[in-house]
Design a protein around this ligand. Structure first.
Ligand code: NAP
Length: 255
């Protein structure tokens, strides 16, 4: 028996990276899974690769999490095609890094739009169903960058905003059988960190090696590390945990 048998899990930004790793974990543990990503073809191709267990389904849906109409239509499609919604993982994300004096208003708005407004819109659309059924699990992706990171004023503010949003969801939605928590990853090897290497004009492997050497556990993280934490927080084993942010970073910010 899987921890998510009979459940429907939605993961945004899951065509690749941490989102795909998390969607895979839910599928392995019995859930039907909806992958939401900007490009419907990429989302559908990723969904087709999920190791769904007999009787469960996977679907890929194209939607922009920062657009209310797109979000509402996507959540209704999930409920229509998979028969409900029980778990929401707000994972979709972008970076537009620059030092403050060079950061444009557009780059500020874009980052806030995807991380913060995106999580707000998705959660608002899903909570309607969660409240009706008196059951729901929300896991939001924050980051160690919430604690401050050079060149990421927009991203840090959004990721700390996610933590405040999560605490408030815990307070408001707890009485309705809904848990909301956040996971704050450290350095995870994905296209997002590969893009950072490119921006710093560094070789990807060299960049990963440097980050591994600087980390207390002497390695970088992988999508599976985050998926394991998200799955725990979304499981019934974690039903007395809400409003929390779990740092999954190999101890990166301990020093
Ligand atoms: P990634 O590989 O860049 O994947 C992000 C996915 O989100 C992409 O498929 C992207 O689609 C999608 N996306 C972007 N904007 C979207 C929107 N408006 N609507 C729907 N989907 C959208 O990133 P990742 O490294 O897996 O990161 C996943 C999450 O973890 C993000 O929230 C990120 O901030 C957080 N995080 C990552 C790290 C890390 O080290 N990697 C560390 C801390 C936190 P397109 O490809 O079409 O743009």
């Amino acid at each position: 028996m899987g921890r998510f048998d009979g459940r429907v899990a939605v993961v945004t930004g899951a065509a690749r990276g941490i989102g795909f790793g998390t969607a895979t974990r839910f599928a392995e543990e019995g859930a039907s899974v909806a992958i939401i990503d900007l490009d419907e073809t990429a989302a559908a191709q990723a969904a087709a690769k999920l190791p769904v267990i007999d009787g469960a389904k996977a679907v890929g849906i194209g939607a922009d999490v920062s657009d209310a109409e797109s979000v509402d239509a996507a959540v209704e499609r999930v409920v229509g095609e998979l028969g409900g919604i029980h778990v929401l993982v707000n994972n979709a994300g972008i970076t537009r890094d620059n030092l403050l004096f060079k950061m444009t208003e557009q780059d500020w708005d874009l980052v806030m739009g995807v991380h913060l407004k995106g999580a707000f819109l998705m959660t608002k659309a899903a909570q309607k169903h969660f409240v009706e059924q008196k059951y729901g699990k929300i896991v939001n992706l924050s980051s160690v960058s919430a604690l401050g990171n050079r060149g990421q004023a927009n991203y840090s503010a959004a990721k700390m905003g996610v933590q405040g949003f999560t605490r408030t969801l815990g307070i408001e939605l707890g009485p309705f059988g809904i848990n909301a928590n956040a996971v704050a990853p450290g350095f995870i090897a994905t296209e997002m960190t590969d893009a950072t290497a490119a921006r710093l004009k560094m070789d990807v492997e060299e960049f990963r090696k440097l980050n591994a050497e600087a980390n207390p556990v002497r390695r970088v993280g992988f999508p599976e590390d985050i998926a394991a934490a998200v799955a725990f927080l979304a499981s019934d084993e974690a039903s007395y945990i809400t409003g929390q942010t779990l740092y999954v970073d190999g101890g990166a910010k301990l020093g």
